[in-house]
Design a protein around this ligand. Structure first.
Ligand SMILES: [Zn+2]
Length: 342
């Protein structure tokens, strides 16, 4: 068996798990069960799973599905899709089998397989474990394993974000910022940067509008920083997911990045009109938040858009607004440069 196959053979469906558990129990082996999202695997996970395996003869790890991670953690997570998270966990020597956990909590899996030990990591006190009582009821035990490492997937993500906020010494962006940040340009996405496709969620349909590349290069060259502010009601209405939205942005950022254009941040409103949030344009929420994040005054902040809602949002935030008209984005960029006095 090649190494890849050996790892895949440790990933079992629910039905395969039923048979595996029955066979291991029949052989008199003590079964341990643990679960988690294991999004960005780190030293704490490896230490924890190693300690968990020492408490039993066979260790089952149930990995939270993508949908369940989005539900209980953060709609933007996970970073790594479930198939790959399961593969990484299955690659660890301490782990005997891996299965997918569709539900947020392990209760139904614990009752299905009745492992001898339910093992949990982190700071959970034994009596705080929601499923602990059910385990004790069928005669199992609960064990808590603590890690000596301070790290977590969330901390790793914060660290990555922090590093991303610092321009590398050789990047074009750093050269621009050394010339001094002259202000912030907030860009509507659909109909301003790319052709408007209703409820766009297919990266293949991203089409950058004429004049956008030239215009953005000029704005960036003048020391203005660029960010996107976009309404994405399609998320709130369930027409497409946050991940679909991110995939569209990835396509856009790649094309812009290939031309040397850096978008510093993307602000989006995922709500439907009915939710009456404070971020959906014409409300000014995304714009005031961007000004706070970038530390710019309304006078140093410019909003470019193609709709009345864009203009209203920008005006309500007190910043200068420029509408992309028939002359296209390049003309709008020139207008901003003259307003900015650069
Ligand atoms: Zn909103």
């Amino acid at each position: 068996m090649d190494p890849g196959e050996k790892i895949l053979s440790k990933i079992l469906s629910m039905d395969q798990m039923d048979a595996w558990v029955a066979a291991e129990k029949a052989a008199g082996r003590r079964i341990g069960f643990t679960c988690g999202s294991f999004d960005l695997l780190h030293a704490g996970h490896v230490e924890y799973l190693g300690k968990a395996r020492e408490l039993c003869d066979r260790l089952i790890v149930a990995v939270n599905s993508d949908a369940s991670v989005s539900r209980y953690k953060n709609p933007l997570r996970p970073v790594v899709p479930e198939r790959e998270r399961m593969y990484v966990i299955a690659g660890l020597a301490a782990v005997d089998v891996v299965t997918l956990m569709e539900e947020d909590r392990p209760l139904s899996l614990l009752l299905r397989w009745k492992p001898d030990l339910y093992i949990k990591g982190g700071d959970y006190a034994e009596d705080a474990l929601r499923s602990g009582d059910a385990v004790k009821e069928y005669g199992g035990k609960v064990a808590v394993v603590r890690s000596g490492f301070e790290t977590s997937s969330s901390k790793l993500m914060e660290r990555i974000e922090l590093l991303n906020a610092h321009a590398g010494p050789d990047s074009a962006f750093n050269i621009a910022s050394r010339q001094g940040c002259q202000g912030l340009v907030l860009l509507d996405r659909d109909g301003t940067l790319i052709r408007n496709v209703p409820f766009l969620h297919d990266p293949a349909k991203v089409e950058i509008l004429p004049g956008v590349i030239d215009g953005l290069l000029k704005l960036q060259g003048a020391g203005l920083r660029l960010a996107i502010v976009t309404n994405q009601q399609g998320i709130g209405l369930g027409y497409y997911s946050v991940q679909d939205f991110i995939a569209v942005n990835q396509r856009l950022l790649r094309e812009l990045g290939g031309r040397g254009i850096r978008i510093s941040k993307i602000y989006f409103c995922p709500h439907s009109l009915a939710e009456q949030c404070s971020c959906r344009k014409p409300a000014a929420g995304m714009i005031t938040r961007a000004m706070r994040d970038f530390g710019t005054t309304p006078e140093q902040t410019f909003l470019v858009g193609d709709s009345d809602d864009d203009m209203q949002a920008g005006a309500d935030a007190g910043c200068q607004t420029v509408r992309v008209g028939e002359d296209g984005f390049r003309a709008a960029a020139e207008q901003i440069l003259s307003l900015a006095g650069t």
